[in-house]
Design a protein around this ligand. Structure first.
Ligand code: CA
Length: 225
C-alpha cells in the first residue's frame, strides 16, 4: 500500500483528499502547515507528497526545495497544488523540483490519476537510487534504513544515517561542512557548522572499526573512503 502525505492548510480539501485516497487504497497522513509537513516527510518517508503551495509556517515552494535537497527525502515525489492556476506558480513549482502540479479546483479523479502516474514513474526510478551500499565492514540499506557495521546493527539517528549515506554514496569525494549542512540538514540557517563535526564524531563512535572510513581533511571537510 502506497503511503501518501498531504500537506495542506485548508481542512475541507484535506478531508476530501483523505476520504477519496483512502477509498482508493492509499494510506494517508496529513499536516496542516509547512513545518509539521516537513517533520512528517522526514519521519514517515512517504511514497508521495501532495503539497499545497500556500501554507502557513513554511510555504510550499520552500518546503519542496528543502524536501528535494535532503538525502532522506530527496527521492520522494511531490505533486503540488497551486491555487490560482497561474503560469508562474507552475513554473516555479517545477523549478524547485515538484514532479507534477494540479490546479485548484481539481477533480478527485484527475488527482488520483496523477498520483498513480507519478508513483508508477518513481517506482522504476527509486529501485536504482535506493540500492544498498555494501562495503567489507559496513552495509547501508536505504530501504530498510538500516546500518550494519561488521555484521552488527548500529542504532543511528535520522541525521547520522543521512550524513553517512550521503558520504558513502559519494565515496572519495571531499565535502565541506557547509556543503554537508546544505545536503543533509537542508536550509536551516541557524545550524552551525560544528553540528557536522559532532555528528561525524558520534558516527565514528557508533560504527567502531568501520568509523575509520570517515576521514577528516583539516580545514577542508570530510570524506568517506
Ligand atoms: Ca493553502
Amino acid at each position: 500500500m502506497a503511503k501518501l502525505l498531504i500537506i495542506e492548510d485548508e481542512k475541507d480539501i484535506v478531508q476530501a483528499l483523505e476520504y477519496n485516497l483512502k477509498k482508493e487504497g492509499f494510506a494517508v497522513s496529513k499536516a496542516y502547515d509547512g513545518l509539521q509537513g516537513l517533520k512528517l516527510a522526514r519521519e514517515l518517508s512517504p511514497d508521495l507528497i501532495i503539497l499545497d503551495l500556500m501554507l502557513p509556517g513554511l510555504d510550499g515552494l520552500e518546503l519542496c526545495r528543502t524536501i528535494k535537497r535532503e538525502p532522506p527525502t530527496e527521492n520522494i515525489p511531490v505533486i503540488m497544488l497551486t491555487a490560482k492556476g497561474s503560469e508562474t506558480d507552475k513554473v516555479v513549482g517545477l523549478e524547485v523540483g515538484a514532479d507534477d502540479y494540479i490546479t485548484k479546483p481539481f477533480s478527485m479523479r484527475e488527482l488520483i490519476a496523477r498520483v498513480r502516474a507519478v508513483l508508477k514513474r518513481y517506482g522504476k526510478k527509486s529501485k536504482i537510487v535506493q540500492a544498498r551500499l555494501k562495503f567489507t565492514d559496513l552495509t547501508i540499506d536505504a530501504e530498510k534504513h538500516e546500518v550494519l557495521a561488521s555484521g552488527k546493527p548500529v542504532d543511528l539517528t535520522a541525521k547520522e544515517f543521512s550524513l553517512l549515506q550521503f558520504l558513502a554514496e559519494n565515496q572519495g569525494r571531499v565535502f565541506s561542512r557547509e556543503r554537508l549542512l546544505d545536503q543533509v540538514w537542508g536550509i536551516e540557517a541557524s545550524i552551525e557548522t560544528r553540528t557536522v563535526d559532532v555528528h561525524i564524531r558520534r558516527l565514528r563512535e557508533k560504527l567502531g572499526k568501520a568509523g575509520k572510513r570517515l576521514i577528516t581533511l583539516r580545514g577542508v571537510g570530510y570524506k568517506f573512503v
